[in-house]
Design a protein around this ligand. Structure first.
Ligand code: HEM
Length: 126
């Protein structure tokens, strides 16, 4: 199998894993669970997100000639930064549970945008 196709699968697996871990941690945050401070719960998302970003950059540069083209990839990268920032507020930095909950929902909305952008390959997929 070609390296690009393998990387596509790796990227899609990382996408599924990051969403599953984020929803799980968001649930624990809302429930006030001590699971959030477990070592594997703190470390695994960093590994998954690194795989997500490295595979994304490979696909973008090798497959699509980014950053010269096309804009939907740049939009995904910017949205990924927003997703990570909202995730940090939701799971770590948010001063109250209400703020954390709003940031959690916001991160899921941004995730949905990134997903739709990937499928339609347009900056505005709605
Ligand atoms: C949470 C973050 C991300 C999600 C949910 C996501 C989602 C996806 C999905 C579902 C696909 C498969 C699309 C298809 O099969 O047609 C895909 C492919 C791709 N993604 Fe991502 N992605 C994310 C981050 C990124 C980032 C940051 C970049 C850019 C640096 C990126 C660049 C790409 C590229 C270039 C492809 C390959 C498209 C192709 O060759 O068909 N992704 N992404």
């Amino acid at each position: 199998m070609e390296a690009y196709v393998i990387t596509q699968y790796v990227h899609q697996l990382a996408v599924a894993a990051t969403l599953a871990l984020f929803v799980l941690r968001g649930g624990w945050m809302l429930a006030g669970s001590a699971m959030l401070s477990r070592k594997w719960v703190r470390i695994t998302p960093h590994i998954v997100d690194t795989v997500l970003l490295v595979s994304a950059l490979y696909l973008a540069i090798v497959g699509w000639g980014w950053p010269l083209t096309p804009h939907w990839i740049t939009a995904k990268l910017i949205a990924l930064v927003a997703y990570i920032a909202l995730g940090v507020i939701a799971l770590k930095r948010g001063p109250t549970k209400a703020i954390r909950a709003v940031a959690f929902v916001g991160a899921l909305v941004v995730f949905a945008y990134i997903f739709q952008t990937a499928l339609t390959k347009t900056v505005m997929p709605w």
